[in-house]
Design a protein around this ligand. Structure first.
Ligand code: PCA
Length: 235
């Protein structure tokens, strides 16, 4: 692979809240393996084609469900890639949103920690900022509208979301956007929530979630401004 090959950092989370697994990590590893061309062709994600980005390397990183610590590990991974001379072409974090019906492309991270349950370190902050004196909210810099259209065309349940909550997923999203901008890195970054893909009732399969993330990466790495078709939420 040439050194000009694009590198994407893609994170998933460890299990939390008493669940035995976290499908966000299944998605991250499947996308990385498919990009490397090493996925079992008979595996659950085989029906869709590999990502169409030549030479793409996807580095999967499993994050702890821990306020601050997860975001710190992601910032370290960004720094390590930059130090290698491989500034990421995009940084995308994935998380589980149990009980949801679609892939959720998160548009905004808020500067708020308010945890309904303790994180995996036992921390349960209430009404604290992610970054002291940071802006109230930061927007994803992925090409979400363009990706939304492609994912819909592929028949995958998907929508734009205006809140990633106030738990660790939002913490990682806000901190990532803040860090990229504070370091002056012009790197698209954002977050995607997936339903519980291992639930037999899930309206989204693992293969579909993998394809959705690949389409998001393909659209984001295409570069340029996002499409600006109307599509926000009425309520
Ligand atoms: N989902 C949680 C944290 C880790 C995960 O996968 C969230 O939505 O904040």
């Amino acid at each position: 692979m040439s050194s000009a090959a694009p590198l994407v950092l893609l994170t998933g989370f460890e299990p939390f809240g008493g669940m035995a697994h976290n499908p966000s990590w299944d998605v991250a590893t499947a996308v990385a393996e498919r990009a490397a061309g090493s996925l079992d062709p008979t595996g659950p994600t085989s029906p869709t084609g590999p990502t169409d980005i030549p030479g793409l390397e996807v580095r999967a990183l499993r994050l702890p469900v821990a306020f601050g610590r997860a975001a710190g590990l992601l910032a370290d991974a960004v720094d390590a890639a930059v130090a290698e001379g491989r500034t990421p072409a995009a940084v995308v974090a994935l998380g589980l949103a149990a009980g949801t019906e679609a892939v959720r492309l998160e548009r905004v991270g808020v500067n708020l920690r308010d945890a309904r349950i303790p994180d995996n370190d036992g921390a349960q902050p209430a009404d604290e900022p992610v970054v002291a004196s940071g802006e109230g909210a930061l927007f994803s810099t992925l090409r979400l509208k363009a990706a939304l259209a492609r994912i819909r065309e592929a028949g995958i349940p998907v929508h734009l979301s205006l809140s990633a909550g106030s738990f660790v997923c939002n913490d990682v999203l806000y901190a990532l956007l803040h860090d990229l901008s504070a370091r002056g890195l012009d790197v698209p970054g954002g977050f995607v929530h997936v339903p519980d893909l291992r639930d037999p009732q899930s309206p989204v399969s693992l293969a579909q979630a993998v394809e959705a993330v690949e389409l998001l990466l393909a659209e984001t790495l295409r570069g340029g401004a996002d499409s600006s078709v109307p599509g926000g939420a009425l309520h």
